[in-house]
Design a protein around this ligand. Structure first.
Ligand code: ZN
Length: 482
């Protein structure tokens, strides 16, 4: 019989957590720090769309409106960088964005009619997210998946590699055996070494780096890395945070247990701070190896197109900017239905989004997001890019030589952490990379160790952090193909 695990006590562990350790990005008062976001943005938003039920008409329509620049049935394109997700396998049926429209064990394998679009948009970087590997058939009368084997995952990853499609974000899909469970795992088996589907080693070796696990959602709290203005605000937010879901796991029979989080009280304090107010969370997979999980904002309603306007309000976005936070919004833009909190009612009456893709409320919210982006306040980027920046601002190692006339920032060439592979800094890391320095700092020069020359950084007073300047490489958006 398993030894019972003692639950973590957030209130005891986070008593007197100082505001500067509450999860907001901190800047060194007198030195050089990585800026919270690419200059000039003061907050960040990404949309994490699950492709469930999303037919081609909806996919093409909503992306043309949100990403493009020309006229669309929803109005003129907004020019935002918002990506999407895809599958490897799904059940035979409507032509969803899946490489195959059949189950993984079916041979011979046949590409779906959407495979060409996956390759085109995947190579350009827009499809940066695999929504798990997809759907498997279930055992009759049970929630156990059938016919799932490691060889199928090996095939899928090898195929993506050969197609030149390199997503780095892995997002669980309801009930898929190919989901990642981490410390909360039960039906998820990609990281379960006891299961014949185990393939977490292959998934990481392929280059997947950021994992969304079912428990990693915000309901009422909009965004993370929020800078609470006072100790009182922080303490209140900690008291109001719904801790229970983070601390428990369940099994197939529905029995719940305390989840196991190894480490001492310092490690637990850091972990709970991440649950509470950081987007990336380092946890162990079911195989005991560390991985980077990330959070998505769900809100209280089922996240579908019709609820988007309640899920993301202007008041939420105002507060996100005010508190310098970041949010990744969890959506299913392929689905619409009545708003409200009753899942049975909402689910029963759901239908497929066609064209135009959005109702007037969702469209209005996108206009607000676009206005904030084009005004240089809200950074809107692919979730892979946003997550990479958040990871980089914590892991980039650099030294600073401060002389009277010049500060020299030298970035170490290797970046990584124990939950990822180590690699060289690349062009993607440098896109938008911004530092924050006190305004009185002299000339600031940035180099990468082992490379010739200096980086072509620009410098400007920082609108988000008065008294400081941004030293930055401009951020370049992806262009949506027309
Ligand atoms: Zn899904």
């Amino acid at each position: 019989m398993a030894v019972p695990v003692r639950p973590l006590d957030p209130f005891a562990l986070l008593t007197d957590l100082p505001v500067e350790q509450g999860g907001a990005h901190q800047l060194r008062t007198d030195g050089v720090s990585v800026r919270a976001y690419p200059y000039p943005y003061i907050a960040a938003l990404s949309i994490s769309n699950d492709l469930d039920g999303m037919h081609q008409e909806c996919f093409d329509g909503w992306h043309a409106f949100v990403n493009g620049h020309g006229p669309t049935p929803d109005g003129d394109g907004l020019g935002l960088e918002v990506g999407d997700s895809f599958w490897i396998w799904t059940y035979p049926g409507p032509e969803l964005l899946s490489l195959h429209l059949h189950y993984a064990h079916v041979e011979p394998r046949q590409d779906s009619s959407r495979a060409g679009q996956i390759v085109e948009l995947g190579r350009l970087g827009w499809l940066d997210t695999l929504h798990s590997m997809g759907n498997w058939p279930f055992e009759e009368g049970s929630d156990r998946c059938l016919h799932a084997l490691r060889d199928q995952a090996a095939y899928a990853l090898d195929r993506l590699d050969r197609l030149g499609v390199k997503p780095s974000v892995y997002v669980n899909h309801s009930s898929s055996v190919s989901n990642v469970g981490g410390p909360w795992g039960w039906y998820q088996h990609a990281d379960d070494p006891e299961h014949p589907f185990y393939c977490m080693d292959l998934i990481k070796a392929f280059g997947f780096k950021y994992f969304w696990i079912d428990e990693c959602v915000n309901f009422g709290k909009f965004g993370d890395h929020l800078q609470y203005p006072t100790q009182h605000h922080l303490d209140r937010a900690i008291r109001q945070f719904p801790w229970a879901a983070w601390l428990r796991r369940r099994d197939y029979e529905g029995v719940t247990y305390n989840a196991e989080f190894p480490g001492d009280s310092d490690a637990h304090r850091q972990l709970l701070t991440s649950f509470f107010n950081k987007t990336l969370i380092r946890v162990n997979g079911r195989d005991g190896k560390p991985l980077l999980a990330f959070k998505r904002h769900r809100g209280f309603d089922q996240p579908i197109m019709s609820t988007f306007c309640n899920q993301v309000t202007d008041a939420d976005l105002d507060a996100l900017e005010e508190m310098r936070g970041v949010v990744i919004v969890y959506q299913h833009f392929g689905r619409k239905g009545p708003r409200g909190r009753a899942p049975a009612l909402s689910r029963k009456l759901r239908s497929t989004v066609t064209s135009p893709a959005f109702d007037e409320h969702a469209r209005a919210r996108f206009h607000s997001i676009a206005e904030r982006f084009h005004a240089g306040r809200l950074w809107v980027a692919l979730q892979s890019r946003l997550l990479n920046y958040l990871w980089l601002r914590d892991t980039l190692r650099f030294g600073v030589q401060q002389a009277e006339a010049k500060w020299l920032v030298t970035i170490e060439e290797e970046i990584g952490c124990d939950a990822t592979a180590w690699r060289r800094v690349d062009d993607g890391d440098l896109n938008g990379l911004s530092f924050s320095v006190p305004s009185h700092a002299p000339e600031v020069v940035v180099t990468i160790a082992g490379r010739n020359g200096t980086l072509p950084v620009l410098r400007a007073p920082d609108p988000g952090w008065p008294g400081r300047d941004a030293v930055y490489l401009p951020w370049r958006q992806l262009e949506w193909p027309t």
